[in-house]
Design a protein around this ligand. Structure first.
Ligand SMILES: NC(=O)c1ccc[n+]([C@@H]2O[C@H](COP(=O)([O-])OP(=O)(O)OC[C@H]3O[C@@H](n4cnc5c(N)ncnc54)[C@H](OP(=O)(O)O)[C@@H]3O)[C@@H](O)[C@H]2O)c1
Length: 341
């Protein structure tokens, strides 16, 4: 049986959910003859899990002796909804195919299913399943917000001229993809300098501005929609402002990211210039780097990461490229830091 095919489908279904702080999960159910009879996904925290969504769509009995495929180990504990393992057992499912084990210590679904005599096949497309839920894994294991960084650069690694002209480095198709990427994150974060230089609106439900001296104009576009929080070092009566300690003359990012986790913001996409990008690198779990086939040829232009001087090229931070996508004429590199950094 081609379980990888169905696991891919689970992953695709899972992506439809807006589930934070829960994981993204999709599920496919086959009858005893291997025919697909149902599918489902977890839509939103508090709503049915993917297994329940898929199983409740079929008449009790049709799934008897069938196979259930799901990208994450089924839950075995009472949360906002009842344990999925109970329903799987009750429905007489014979085999459960799982992508990855749940990192939540409360979950022991595999053990419970096996005890009930159900065959469990684990680890199908494990890496893809782990990538899908990289935010949830980081949140669970490290109790920290997942930090992604997006930048758009020329072939010579520039993001703006020295005067701040940056519209537009990339094409419309790349910029549309940025809108899709934003939707995957609980919040987006930018700097005072970028708000002042670009006056971006950055459509999102939750926006964060780092603005030590409160020098951005609160009439700028970014403040006009969504919920905006401003991390600053000044005292302010404005309820959007969050007083933040300063370290080496800059807002303390350790504080900022811990505060975001405390606020229930499980993932954040940083979209700023090279100075803040440079500081964020230490915290970044992932980089989306759009590259436009253009060369400024001007060394005074702003670089996308600008935070230090080195003399030995081997001191460079190293990354693994997970994918290269075409947004013609531009490309998008998705990179992960290598742990030796
Ligand atoms: N192509 C792209 O992808 C892209 C994306 C965004 C922006 N841009 C361009 O980038 C340019 C701005 O870049 P930039 O390098 O001058 O500025 P930047 O990196 O956007 O912002 C730097 C500012 O962020 C604030 N900040 C707060 N905490 C910080 C920390 N811990 N470390 C570093 N900075 C911190 C500081 O201002 P405070 O002291 O006020 O807090 C700092 O001056 C603009 O011209 C914009 O057009 C390009």
């Amino acid at each position: 049986m081609d379980y990888e095919h169905y696991m891919k489908k689970c992953i695709e279904l899972a992506r439809n959910g807006k589930t934070s702080p829960n994981p993204m999960v999709g599920c496919v159910v086959l009858d005893k003859d291997g025919r697909e009879i149902s599918s489902g996904f977890h839509r939103k925290c508090g709503e049915n899990h993917a297994e329940r969504d898929a199983l409740l769509k079929i008449k009790n009995g049709e799934d008897f002796g069938g196979t259930l495929i799901v990208n994450l180990e089924p839950c075995s504990h009472w949360g906002k909804t009842p344990p999925c393992t109970d329903l799987i057992i009750e429905r007489g499912i014979k085999r459960v195919v799982i992508g990855m084990k749940d990192v939540n210590p409360k979950v022991s679904g595999i053990e419970i299913l096996k005890k009930a005599g159900i065959e469990v096949i684990d680890g199908v497309l494990k890496e893809e399943c782990e990538r899908l839920n990289e935010v949830f894994i980081k949140n669970m294991k490290e109790k920290k917000t997942f930090v992604a960084l997006k930048t758009a650069v020329t072939l010579d690694g520039k993001i703006a001229t020295a005067q701040g002209s940056s519209k537009w480095i990339t094409s419309e198709s790349a910029r549309n993809e940025v809108k899709n990427i934003r939707k995957r994150y609980d919040a987006i974060l930018t700097s005072s300098s970028t708000v002042i230089a670009d006056n971006p609106s950055m459509e999102h439900e939750i926006k964060i501005v780092l603005d030590r001296e409160l020098k951005t104009d609160f009439n700028s576009k970014i403040y006009k929609s969504g919920k905006v929080y401003v991390f600053c070092a000044k005292n302010s009566d404005d309820e959007r402002c969050i007083k933040t300690p300063v370290k080496d003359g800059k807002l303390d990012l350790e504080f900022v990211f811990s505060k975001l986790y405390e606020m229930g913001i499980m993932s954040v996409l940083v979209e700023s210039g090279g100075i803040l990008n440079g500081s964020v690198l230490k915290f970044a779990d992932k980089i989306y780097q759009f590259i436009a086939p253009k060369i400024t040829g001007d060394n005074s232009c702003k670089s996308c990461y600008d935070f230090r001087k080195i003399t030995d090229i081997n001191e460079s931070l190293k990354f693994e490229i997970a994918s290269v996508e075409n947004f013609s004429p531009d490309i998008l590199l998705t990179c992960y830091p290598i742990s030796e950094n």
